[in-house]
Ligand binder design. Sequence first.
Ligand code: 13P
Ligand code: SF4
Length: 305
Amino acid sequence: MSEKLIARINELKKQRNAVILVHNYAPGEVQDVGDFVGDSLGLSRTAAGTDADVIVFCGVHFMAETAAILAPEKTVLLPDANAGCPMANMVTPRQLAEMKAKNPDAVVVTYVNSSAAIKAMSDICCTSANAVEVVRSVPEDKPVLFVPDRNLGSYVSSVLQRELILWNGFCPTHERMLPEHVYAAKQAHPDAPVVMHPECRPATLAYADKVASTTGILRFCKENPAKEFIIGTENGIFHRLCKENPEKTFYHASDVADCPNMKLNSLEKIVWCLEDMASVVTVSPEIAAKALSPITKMLETVIDG
Ligand code: 13P
Ligand code: SF4
């Protein structure tokens, strides 16, 4: 069955001159048909540089919006229009306007997991891979309002030893990974380094030997000589971890690490969206024009993890 779907996807890709971009959390069979599989930063850079006419974005809505802003002449398709990100919905333009009015001197640093409208109200965007470097680029005497992930913000704050004004948003998937889950995994596998995503709570991250973006996690596990690892992020990452490191063993830091939105991506939906050119993600030209500069600054900031 999936062979037929894959054959049809390849046919449609040629017909539409399409490229398939896939986030590291998407289901394994979707990752396997990706022309590029990566983290938010890598995916944004790839979307900005592709010469395809159509981008099928197998991730969530904010990623497709970012691609639409970076490649306005391309058609961006999200295989399932319902694949949103709850964290991105935790800040509205009205709420952010109120917070900015209360902190008029603050530089607004916005995690890419946010709507285009929020990015348009921001000074600079970041991903989990370069959040530390982005905040470091803000002059020390300037207050920073970090939106919307309080966990990533608090991780950046602890690395830089700098106080940030944190928005009270979070990723429900990573928030559910509790310190006791990681503690139990460590008890069971005491020699395995603990590698975690910065969207986890500070108390959970306290167990981490390495904190990194999804691509940073993959890189660390490939380069580190250890033979087994405890992984604290969304379960989709195990597909690449196991495929790229067949001689190593990976354990879950927690059993409750599925992002239901990422799991909405499927081979069938890739076929459907390419056949019908449906689920097109667009951003209004006014919002796109304002969001482009903070997103471009994000792409220009070097990676730290
Ligand atoms: P990265 O792949 O950029 O680390 O992002 C994680 C995430 O939650 C994407 O939604
Ligand atoms: Fe959003 Fe969390 Fe899912 Fe990433 S893993 S898309 S932050 S809900």
